[in-house]
Write a protein that binds this ligand. Sequence first.
Ligand SMILES: [Zn+2]
Length: 441
Amino acid sequence: MSKILLKNATIVPLDDEDTIYERASLAIQDDRILAIGTIPSDFDPDDIIDLSGKIITPGLYNAHTHAAMVFARGYAEDMPLDRWFNEGIWRLESALTRDMVHWGIRLAMIEMIRGGVIGFADHYFYMDEVAEAVVESGMRANLAWAVFGHEGGEVGITVPETVDFVKRWDGAANGRLRALFGPHSPYLCSDQFLARTAAVAVREGIGIHIHAAETEEQVKASLLEHDMTPIELLHDRGLFETHTIVAHAIHVSPVDIALMAQSKVHVAHCPSTHLRYAMGVTPVPDMLNAGVNVALGTDGAGSSVALNLWREIRLAVVMQRQARRDPEALGGLTPLIMAARNGAQALGFHRSGKLRPGYQADLIVIDATQPHYHPIHSVSASLVWNTEPADVQDVMVAGRWLMRDRKLLTLDEAAILSGFHEALAEMMARPLGQFKKYDVG
Ligand SMILES: [Zn+2]
């Protein structure tokens, strides 16, 4: 049994009361939080860590990414989304290798852990590689094997194979892994395929992670073909009858928002990608007011360039304030709650995302002593507006340190960087084809 006492820290548990503890202690027993503030007198720690000048918060969740795609960072810049898919990413991905995913996911995890991200919802290929990497790293993850389905069958793996994948990994690594279905989107998957995926998901009790309503053109095309918005279509075809994460949901109507609230859909909002590709503004405050669980994601580094949740936190706020001419939008700790608490819910980790006795010891320690952190008039303002990934000093998942004093404890950074570049060189030398075509017109 391991017992750790963290003391003299500023603790921001992200609870319902917005409590902030000053010079306080947090007791950890095995994988759980035992107490915050008042520590039981018989608690006899094996390790006592003084965290003066440091802030403890729950770890962050990246609610939508294609993590291994770090290989595409900066590959297809300054173009509209259709050309980004057709001329950039889907051509590059025609050369994708299992080895690239093996090393790409590890590089992505280094970036995420170093930035205080403890879990991610991943939507990609060769997902057994990703699952094994998650087991090794100590992170949490919710994994979806991306499938492009049409009437003739599926590109990549089939529905029965995806069921096997989910059964293999959901609940593995002491519950650190969740797995679900990953149909790509209503604009790339046929109607029949979506309905079939939903039927199997509901029957087998499996969740779904899908992209939808990214552009106005997608909404127009869906209305023309089905007389329904993409969100109405997903609802109608049964995709909301299970635990569902919808990535983007930018162009949504009040009816779409009501449907998502009613169906307890989780939305993954990815500000960097939306802004960089001029895709529009997700009505996040309206969704939150309606009771939709909105979490934050980076999307893949091919579109967002970085897996930096602190950047997403700030962009989420400034995007709403500018678009709504409302300087009070998403104030206080709201964006941090979206990144931690809402992310944990979206990924299906129900005892994570806030610090509370009995919850998992999933936390990060932020070094608030750096020059850009002085002075601290408001802990919540400093956390939201001043924290950079490099300020994250320690990362703990389920009571186990993944990083201490900026030193990674589960991943070998030098070996991963060299393996990554070798796999990348090999992939870049392969001939490029056309993996898929984006055409919603
Ligand atoms: Zn995506």
